[in-house]
Design a protein around this ligand. Structure first.
Ligand code: ZN
Length: 248
């Protein structure tokens, strides 16, 4: 089979055999891929930095039946400063895990890949006014692009556009005051505005916007719950992230 040359982000890594690494890549040309980096754990490996977690690299690989085999990898950006800040690093892990749960092998999105590399850059260089707002925007955009809502402009139960004061995780979006179940998730007007803003705005605008950080955290947590429910997958890195925030 012909060699594939593509830009790729390393979204998961694990040791494999004595000296190798097994990677999950989010590539520009072929979506999510599993790939082996032979000899990447040898001290003198020329590709070590290009195949570490969060590395964005130009890669050349041979496609394979179970996994691709990386032939060459040239680092474009390592987002190295992420490693000096445990909160940002675990948030970055959550972001790469989102890519993993939303996409099957051979599926991907170059718009999302581009967006995620920008987010990782903003996190690593401490450029954002509110880091979690970027993660919230990514959650919302991934949901929308993959057809799982959330509906934010009408009640998912009766369809009316006014008086949207609740959010139904199972129902797929906002609910009106009449349809909201008594113990259901409440959503005030400012929270609804923030969800809509983060869903539609480019990451760069989200980066430069001042948010109420407590509100963003509530919405980010709510959307994590929403995604887990909709995809029937639990995000392991979310728990780790919240435990890091609370100081273990
Ligand atoms: Zn309703």
């Amino acid at each position: 089979m012909a060699l594939v040359k593509t830009k790729a982000l390393v979204i998961r890594e694990q040791p494999y055999q004595d000296h190798d690494k097994l990677l999950t890549l989010f590539t520009e040309k072929e979506g999510k891929q599993r790939a082996i980096a032979k000899g990447a754990r040898r001290r003198k490996s020329g590709m070590a930095s290009a195949v570490q977690l969060f590395a964005f690299s130009e890669m050349v690989y041979y496609p394979g039946k179970n996994f691709a085999s990386i032939n060459e990898a040239r680092l474009i950006e390592s987002f190295y400063p992420l490693r000096n800040h445990i909160g940002r690093m675990t948030l970055a892990s959550y972001i790469t895990e989102l890519l993993d749960v939303f996409y099957d092998f051979y599926q991907g999105s170059d718009i999302i890949l581009k967006g995620v590399t920008h987010i990782l850059y903003y996190l690593s260089e401490n450029k954002a006014k509110c880091d979690e707002a970027l993660a919230l925007a990514l959650q919302l955009k991934l949901c929308k692009l993959n057809g799982i809502g959330p509906v934010l402009d009408r009640c998912v139960n009766c369809g009316q556009a006014e008086d949207l004061t609740g959010f139904s995780v199972g129902g797929g979006g906002t609910v009106c005051a009449r349809c909201k179940s008594p113990g259901g998730q409440k959503l005030n007007a400012a929270e609804l505005d923030t969800l809509r803003f983060c869903m539609r705005s480019p990451f760069k605008l989200v980066r430069d916007t001042d948010f109420d950080e407590n509100m963003v955290r509530r919405l980010f947590t709510m959307m994590n719950f929403y995604i887990s429910k909709q995809l029937d997958r639990k995000m392991k890195s979310f728990e780790f992230y919240t435990s890091v925030l609370s100081g273990f």
